[in-house]
Design a protein around this ligand. Structure first.
Ligand code: IPD
Ligand code: CA
Length: 278
């Protein structure tokens, strides 16, 4: 493990704790809210401030690094993501913004460092519940500095499944959600929707849930969760069974490959426009 990543990890860990305080102190206060892609796709002043603080702090230490941040990528219309081989911090300042708006405590900061498009560092921090999930490539995954592992669940009929409704009212997406809820509910132990893609992945990583599937997420929702789940021993792939692609807006993660395969056979598919589409 190169020393440069040690410095990156310490820096991003410190900054994440700093912005976590902002989220924690503001979650029950009045917010200034605007909408982006749909009437339920929100952004608050805290989302923007957290992202600016992270980018400012990381740029000061690593001036050559690039950023893909939810709020700086989105201009309310297009969200084209440009991901190069340069070291790039992929940032979701507040994942679970709808929860944050309501004061529902499942919110987190999600950050990954990708180098040559390979995730090296990942952090998912829920400052309200003080749960800090971290991973570095090849070094395992941790919750509050204790090692975590995925569950051993092999059968979908015994699985706790995370499946999100999302923040889009696109009819095709809503039909996909409705159909898959109908297919999954009678077949699994339970279906959960935390309202944060990153926290759904963190739950799979620590064994609190067994599977998570979503189509319609963005790179910043899942870049950190990808490394954390894999370092915890789980699998991350495309919901069709192909290789995971951080820009595809589709993700399936599971504690075991067998569980992922059963999920793939059970669900219908939805292919939103990619994050790097014009
Ligand atoms: C959303 C959350 C939600 C998921 C959506 C995301 P945001 O991110 O992760 O759980 O279903 O697809 O867009 O808007 O809270 O940052
Ligand atoms: Ca998000």
């Amino acid at each position: 493990m190169s020393a440069v990543y040690d410095h990156c990890f310490k820096t991003v860990f410190r900054l994440t704790q700093e912005v976590g305080k902002l989220i924690r102190t503001r979650i029950n206060s009045t917010k200034t809210i605007s909408t982006k892609d749909s009437e339920i796709d929100f952004v608050t002043e805290t989302d923007k401030e957290v992202e600016e603080t992270l980018i400012h702090g990381l740029s000061a230490e690593f001036p050559e690094h690039k950023f893909v941040g939810e709020e700086s990528t989105s201009d309310g219309k297009s969200q084209k993501v440009v991901l190069t081989d340069s070291p790039t911090w992929v940032i979701d300042p507040v994942d679970g913004t709808l929860n944050f708006v309501h004061g529902f405590p499942h919110v987190c900061v999600s950050i990954a460092l990708l180098v040559e498009k390979v995730p090296e560092i990942a952090i998912i921090y829920n400052p309200v519940l003080d749960q800090m999930f971290t991973a570095r490539r090849g070094l395992g995954a941790f919750l509050n500095e204790q090692p975590i592992k995925v569950s051993k669940t092999e059968e979908l009929s015994k699985a706790l499944v995370c499946f999100e409704f999302g923040c889009s009212r696109n009819p095709e997406k809503m039909a996909f959600v409705k159909e898959n809820v109908q297919r999954l509910v009678p077949q699994v132990h339970g279906l959960r929707s935390l309202g944060s893609a990153a926290l759904d992945m963190a739950m799979v990583a620590c064994g609190g849930a067994d599977v998570y599937l979503e189509a319609g997420i963005h790179a910043w929702d899942v870049a950190a969760g990808d490394l954390i789940v894999r370092e915890a021993g789980g699998v991350v792939m495309d919901p069709s069974g192909g290789q995971f692609d951080v820009l595809s807006r589709r993700v399936l993660c599971a504690s075991t490959r067998s569980l992922a395969d059963q999920m793939i056979k059970t669900v219908t598919q939805y292919y939103p426009p990619r994050d790097d589409a014009e």
